[in-house]
Ligand binder design. Structure first.
Ligand code: AHR
Length: 648
């Protein structure tokens, strides 16, 4: 018989609470109920809400290749100081190459020293200026006969009155050449009310393309990531990165899919493409950058390959028509994992990464339950066979989970893993947290909850009426999220991975397409929502063993895990009620050491963080002393608690 004695440990925290009133949380530590999947917590990402362009991808120039708008150079304007005169237009007759299929023509008709004329870019809702910072500007340019420069590149205030950083380029010729210039700011006050300008002090005609401005990036990688945003993600200690989507994988039409081969190589060869969320992607963050991003986080890629279905309903017939897409997926896997002697592996090596990237999971498509033609079953089977034949060690994932009717799922083969998406109200998640996965067949496919998120309001993320609402979730939503995580943790042998979605949102006016989102930012600042903090708390306090845990006669939700090496017990408690909830922990099968730590996240249900109030709701840490036989702990009202307790 298992060790029967219940160690009742009274915490001083709960001294005022009458013991008899506290409902019991039972945790059985005599033997693990399962292994926690080592990849449980990870990230899902795609280009939505200006996640990359205007977000994680550190490029500061918006519409750098002048391809965002067919008729006029969007986000660019002329600059003419005191009587100088200039005009700008798009000039497809002066293209750098097929990818940079147009250029910006700047015609300066009047300018002189002190009276410059030129062109300004507004950035992605401003250009962030930080003190003592080195920016790297670059552009392709050529000039009409008679003009050789100089061109001044500068970061200046929106009204042009304050110059924050400046540099000069000379010797322009009549052929395209790339110019680089470093701009360094002095001890200025940080601001995003700035623009980037290219000006000259004499008349002439100049063409520009691929105008770029990078601030310092994470680890100073070229074409790299915004450090503050990437750090927020690293702090979550994600074990995987699912990319490139989401709808972004599929595109509205087949031609708009994430065509990974077009996202490789020099930026001047990347035309970008129309993304499904209403704006063009530069593809500056392409396949190779996704892989580096995962590596920077010490996470492994979960590679979603295009499966022949796009959002507006077009699909590729299974059979011979699908073969080119399957070959594309095999090539993509070769790019990620192939030896340097292979065709695609050699391209990866040439891009600076001779070592193969780790890859264990490949996902075929995204949300293919929307394909009402019913073709997914056969499309999946065709991909699965080809991938397994060439890469037998890979786990292949279907995008239709068990929450969909039987006839929409993959039936002709058994996928290794199925991806389930749950966007639910808080109440629905509170219900689901009481045994959603109990009914699942433990011998069936593993579950990847590739997208999930709780809503404080009914689910209508893209409804224009929701535009006035906060871009990120409030404390009440974090309660729903935490409850759902307890369910996934209790079943972390079956649910092998999960990731909240969407991950990122630029909160500037007009930048977002969806709500709520996990992490908000503008050009200068970044914050985590209460849900971000809840996920980070859960992900960074996780062992390798699942312990059987249950709560009776209480609204509190619980999960318990143990780190078998450090002998640490993690107990996650979620109190969805408006009153503090004392609970008595009844632990069997192990004894506790006398002190521990409680990490709590609580607040008014409507409380949230925002770009002007970055840390209204953040976790608090307290020591738990006097842990001894009989443990009563009071979870704050509308609160989440993670108890970190040492086992003897
Ligand atoms: O996360 C936002 C969208 O929700 C994803 O692109 C799609 O997969 C899902 O419908």
């Amino acid at each position: 018989m298992k060790r029967a004695c219940l160690l009742a440990v009274a915490l001083t925290l709960a001294a005022t609470v009458p013991r008899a009133a506290a409902p019991t949380i039972t945790i059985d530590a005599s033997a693990p109920a399962g292994r926690v999947s080592p990849l449980l917590y990870g990230l899902m990402t795609e280009e939505i809400n200006h996640s990359y362009d205007g977000g994680l991808y550190a490029e500061l120039i918006r519409n750098r290749a002048f391809l965002d708008d067919g008729t006029s150079p969007a986000h660019w304007s002329t600059v003419h100081r005191d009587g100088a005169a200039a005009a700008i237009s798009l000039d497809p007759t002066q293209a750098l190459n097929a990818a940079m299929a147009t250029s910006l023509r700047l015609e300066v008709t009047q300018a002189s020293p002190g009276h410059q004329a030129g062109v300004a870019n507004e950035g992605y809702w401003g250009i962030p200026v930080r003190p003592n910072t080195r920016y790297r500007a670059s552009f392709f340019a050529k000039a009409a006969p008679g003009f050789t420069g100089p061109i001044t590149a500068a970061i200046e205030s929106e009204d042009g009155k304050t110059v924050y950083a400046t540099g000069r380029v000379t010797r322009l010729t009549q052929t395209w050449k790339q110019y680089d210039v470093a701009l360094t700011s002095s001890a200025v006050e940080p601001t995003a009310r700035a623009r980037f300008v290219l000006t000259t002090d004499r008349p002439g005609t100049i063409w520009f393309t691929l105008v770029s401005l990078f601030p310092p990036t994470y680890r100073n990688q070229a074409n790299g990531f915004r450090p503050d945003l990437l750090q927020m993600l690293i702090d979550m200690r994600p074990k995987f990165l699912r990319f490139p989507g989401g709808n972004y994988l599929e595109g509205d039409q087949i031609a708009d899919r994430f065509d990974w081969k077009k996202t490789l190589g020099p930026l001047s060869e990347r035309a970008g493409h129309m993304a499904p969320w209403g704006y063009r992607s530069t593809d500056g963050l392409g396949l190779h950058e996704f892989l580096l991003w995962a590596e920077d986080m010490n996470a492994e890629p979960v590679l979603a390959v295009y499966a022949g279905y796009s959002l507006k309903g077009a699909y590729v017939k299974p059979g011979p028509d699908l073969e080119p897409y399957i070959q594309d997926a095999l090539d993509e896997i070769e790019y990620v994992t192939g030896p340097t002697a292979s065709r695609w592996g050699s391209l990866r090596a040439r891009a600076g990464h001779p070592a193969p990237f780790k890859l264990a999971y490949v996902e075929v498509g995204n949300e293919d339950f929307f394909d009402r033609s019913g073709s997914y079953d056969q499309r999946f089977a065709q991909f699965n066979t080809a991938i397994k034949a060439r890469y037998p060690h890979l786990q292949v994932m279907s995008t239709v989970g068990f929450e969909h009717p039987e006839n929409q799922r993959v039936r002709s083969v058994t996928p290794d893993v199925v991806d389930e998406h749950y966007y639910r109200t808080v109440e629905a998640f509170l219900n689901a947290a009481r045994g959603h996965y109990d009914k699942y067949d433990r011998k069936g496919p593993k579950i990847f909850v590739g997208e999930w998120g709780a809503y404080e309001t009914p689910f209508e993320p893209w409804n224009p009426r929701s535009r006035g609402e906060a871009p990120t979730p409030n404390m009440r939503a974090a309660i729903g999220d935490a409850a759902w995580m307890t369910e996934m943790e209790r079943n972390a042998d079956l649910v092998i991975m999960h990731g909240y979605a969407p991950l990122l949102v630029n909160v500037s006016p007009g930048a977002r397409q969806w709500r709520p989102n996990l992490i908000g930012y503008d050009a200068l600042r970044v914050y985590g929502s209460p849900s971000y903090h809840a996920i980070k708390l859960f992900a960074t306090h996780l062992g390798d063993e699942i312990l059987k845990a249950s709560a009776t006669e209480t609204d509190v939700l619980v999960s318990a895990t143990r780190d078998s090496r450090s002998r640490t017990l993690y107990v996650k408690l979620v109190n969805p009620t408006a009153a503090a909830a004392p609970v008595q922990l009844a632990l069997s099968g192990a004894a506790l050491r006398p002190s521990g730590t409680a990490l709590t996240l609580a607040g008014d249900p409507r409380d949230t963080n925002s770009i002007d109030d970055l840390e209204r709701v953040v976790p608090r840490t307290s020591q738990v002393t006097g842990v001894k036989s009989g443990l009563t702990y009071t979870i704050p009202a509308n609160g989440i608690a993670v108890l970190e307790l040492s086992l003897q």
